[in-house]
Design a protein around this ligand. Structure first.
Ligand code: PMP
Length: 498
């Protein structure tokens, strides 16, 4: 739409009434629209302009889908090229020059040792579709049903479409719902470490837990079809997995012939300071789940996997929207731009700077419990500084439990088995525990940011983590503006605490 036509459409739809009409006509489950009452009409790079003429710095970036920010020129050009060429916009899974170029660029970016033996499967357009496809793939390849996943993980929203489909449409043999289980394992994290120790020791204990669950017959866990993990949990509150732990998970799964699925929907395309987040630990997973930024702001999702897992019969995977040519062209342009401009390295440098600055700011505000992240995936966890942090706080992976603010240090070597209602062991009494999560303070920070023209996201176990996902193209000046506005917002919230 031209600028004039867009202005006309905005005028006709009476922007003043849009939020009201949206709340009258769309579901109560609306999320972003509740916290961010903006009617975006124009956007470029980091900036969004609302119908009211206000401009915002957008650190939500379409939930991390916009690696290059809004309407990057290389993305627009790629889309226009396809439109002007007369190519079909929709091509199912037929081979096209646009698809071929996308696959070549994608394979060029993959971790070494993976691309030579990899297959790529185009899924439905969302990350959830690709996660479903990955799980179906490993179930078919192993003949097993159960899946290992981690506390705090987020892998999507789909459920049940296959179960509800009838044999008449030829998917009966894919319907294998009987007695499927997800075995949930502890995720290593410093601030709310499930074992109350954080750091390397905490990660080591979570790894040992995983081993013992897999190896002890009394755990009741059947040999699983696969393990799925996020190299940095995103929706779970920006929780980076330690590199050594990632290598350990790779070893544990390889030794037991369990396919390892890396869900890089959130972390891919330079976001964490490496092109793919698995590169930080130098592991090669068996399956990678990719979406969000790979479509260059348009919907696209794929899985890439080791070719020997490719046991599916024709028809084992279907979906009407797997051939979105515009998304593939936008994605090719995005992947190539990130690669040729070293934007992953830029994300690493900028992210380290932002973490450093935010940690300095946080020292002044006891209501900031933790600042963490990797690359341009950053989280600021809000807490109640005066709250109870005794052993009665929630336990495994819950709010208020665990340690890591002040480490246990040598006391960790006294770790014993869980006490099951007996009095707490000596080491637990000496553990410095995190403060209880403060979702209402996080929501207040989000509101104060918005007043200052900054859009941020919330997430985490208790929606108490303020999340920043700026585009990888953010400039130094814009970074300074984002940090200033966030620091001001934190100050306003801290000042208002009684
Ligand atoms: N996996 C991860 C790690 C995600 O962060 C998300 C979405 N935030 C998904 C899967 C699901 O993607 P989608 O919302 O596109 O279905």
């Amino acid at each position: 739409m031209t600028g004039g036509a867009l202005a006309g459409a905005v005028a006709r739809s009476a922007p003043d009434g849009i939020p009201r009409r949206q709340s009258a006509r769309e579901p109560a489950a609306r999320t972003y629209a509740r916290a961010l009452p903006i009617v975006p009409v124009r956007a470029r790079g980091l900036t969004i302009e609302g119908a009211d003429g206000r401009r915002y710095l957008d650190c939500l970036s379409g939930a991390g889908t916009l690696a290059l920010g809004h309407n990057h020129p290389v993305v627009l050009e790629a889309i226009r090229d396809v439109l002007d060429s007369g190519a079909p916009l929709h091509a199912f899974d037929l081979a096209t020059p646009v698809e071929d170029a996308f696959i070549s660029e994608l394979f060029r970016t993959l971790p070494s040792g993976f691309a030579d033996r990899a297959r790529v499967q185009f899924c439905g357009p969302t990350g959830s579709d690709a996660v479903e496809a990955a799980l179906r793939l490993v179930r078919a390849a192993t003949g097993r049903t159960d899946v290992l996943a981690f506390t705090g993980a987020y892998h999507g929203m789909t459920t049940g479409s296959l179960e509800a489909s009838g044999p008449a449409v030829g998917v009966a043999d894919l319907v294998d719902t009987a007695d499927r289980r997800v075995v949930r394992l502890p995720c290593p994290q410093d601030y709310r470490c499930p074992f109350g120790v954080g750091g390397e020791r905490g990660a080591e204990l979570t790894a040992r837990w995983t081993e013992s669950v897999l190896d002890a017959p009394e755990s009741g866990v059947r040999p699983p079809a696969g393990m799925i993990l996020e190299p940095v949990q995103g929706e779970g509150g920006v929780v980076p997995a330690p590199d050594a732990w990632m290598r350990r998970m790779r070893r544990i799964t390889a030794e037991r012939s369990i396919p390892l699925i890396a869900d890089e929907v959130h972390t891919g395309v330079g976001r964490t300071g490496a092109f793919w987040a698995v590169e930080h630990s130098a592991i090669v997973p068996d399956v990678m789940v990719l979406s969000k930024a790979i479509g260059g702001s348009l919907p696209l999702a794929v899985i890439v996997y080791r070719e020997d897992l490719d046991v599916g019969e024709p028809g084992a995977h279907a979906g009407a929207f797997r051939g979105n040519q515009l998304a593939m062209a936008a994605g090719t342009a995005t992947l190539a731009h990130v690669r040729t401009n070293g934007l992953a390295e830029r994300a690493a440098t900028l992210g380290a700077h932002m973490l450093d600055q935010l940690r300095r700011v946080a020292r002044h505000f006891p209501c900031v419990g933790d600042v963490r992240g990797r690359g341009l995936m950053i989280g600021v966890e809000m807490v109640h500084p005066a709250g109870d942090r005794g052993p009665g706080s929630p336990g495994l992976d819950g709010g208020g439990g665990g340690g890591g603010v002040g480490r246990l240090g040598d006391a960790a070597s006294d770790l014993g088995p869980p006490t099951h209602g007996q009095s707490a062991p000596a080491w637990a009494a000496s553990a410095v525990r995190p403060h209880p999560a403060a979702p209402e303070l996080a929501a207040a920070v989000q509101r104060e940011c918005l007043r200052r023209g900054l859009i941020v996201e919330l997430g985490g176990r208790h929606a108490s983590v303020v999340r920043l996902l700026p585009p990888l193209t953010i400039t130094d000046e814009q970074t300074a503006a984002v940090l200033d506005r966030l620091a001001d917002a934190l100050e306003a919230v801290a000042r208002a605490i009684p």
